[in-house]
Design a protein around this ligand. Structure first.
Ligand SMILES: [Zn+2]
Length: 317
């Protein structure tokens, strides 16, 4: 029997932050596998892509931005709805919060439940949680694709397909071939698939690869600064997603129950992926969603704090 503490409640080690310059217009705030924030510096304003979990945590991003530019932070773009990425938005005092229609719909449908669930899963990632004023509401909602000109800098904000969630949004700087992928791509970090569309995810990775990015900021993990590194990030994410879902689908088709499938999938993936951050945190959620998708739930079921704990007890207890 394992005795794993629920989700990431035992994860208390503070990570080291890097603020990488990818070009004159693009920066990445990364932290050894904690959620990343992207920064786009246009001619007249700044865009932040994913906000960190609280307005207090956003202040450290702002401090880094102010080391490279004094332009106003006018835009926040949400790569998807997850609390750990969006609840710091008010810290930037943006004029606009940009999200896809599908992300907006998810915030309406399950934002409140997700906020409560994520705060309990990752206490360390919600530093000064009392500074969160509530849900983050978009002020600009787009369908599939929008173009923003930040002066002469062209910024493409796009949904390339479903994967990590149904609302996944990437930010693409075509003039510089730099992509901010959100959690569609991870690097040395375990993909969380608890709200995913696993059947669709590989095709969405194909669409990212088709853009031929030269640099890519993943949702978690270090900035990828060469085409070879970008390929490694895409390949690693694809390998995890396809092997995990394949194993769960096979187990479900063979009539095995969720707990059995979880134990088998964990043992199968541990040797190749167990060193990626948050592996033990993600796997129970990942396998639960994969089992649902392979059986009777086309769309991800809403995680609540209570469902989180019941699932953890069933698989790890
Ligand atoms: Zn996410």
């Amino acid at each position: 029997m394992t005795d794993k503490k629920f989700a990431s409640q035992a994860d208390l080690v503070v990570k080291k932050v890097s603020f990488d310059k990818l070009s004159d217009h693009a920066y990445a705030y990364t932290a050894e596998g904690d959620p990343n924030t992207g920064v786009v510096v246009g001619d007249d304003a700044v865009m932040v892509i994913d906000t960190q979990a609280t307005p207090v945590m956003a202040q450290d991003v702002i401090r880094r931005i102010r080391e490279v530019t004094d332009k106003p932070i006018r835009y926040v773009t949400l790569s998807h709805y997850h609390a750990v990425r969006v609840l710091g938005a008010t810290g930037y005092k943006p004029e606009h919060v940009i999200a896809s229609r599908d992300t907006y719909d998810l915030i309406v449908e399950r934002g409140e439940a997700d906020m409560k669930s994520e705060i309990e899963r990752f206490p360390r990632l919600f530093q000064a949680v009392e500074s969160v004023p509530g849900l983050t509401w978009p002020t600009i909602v787009f369908e599939k694709r929008m173009t923003l000109w930040m002066g002469k800098l062209r910024v493409e904000i796009m949904q390339l397909g479903r994967g990590h969630t149904k609302g996944d949004t990437v930010v693409w700087l075509p003039q510089e071939r730099i992509l901010f992928s959100g959690d569609l791509v991870e690097y040395d970090a375990t993909p969380y698939t608890g709200d995913a569309y696993l059947t669709d995810w590989p095709a969405t990775l194909d669409a990212i690869a088709a853009l031929a990015p030269e640099k890519l900021v993943p949702g978690r993990g270090a900035s990828l600064t060469t085409p070879a590194q970008v390929k490694k990030g895409l390949d690693g994410t694809r390998a995890f997603v396809t092997r995990m879902f394949g194993a769960v689908r096979d187990g479900a088709r063979a009539g095995k129950d969720l707990r059995t499938v979880y134990k088998e999938t964990y043992a199968l993936l541990k040797p190749d992926f167990g060193h990626w951050v948050i592996f033990d945190h993600c796997l129970p959620f990942d396998v639960s969603r994969a089992y649902d998708e392979a059986t009777q739930h086309k769309d991800p079921r809403i995680w609540t704090a209570a469902r989180d704990k019941a699932m953890w007890e069933a698989l790890e207890g």
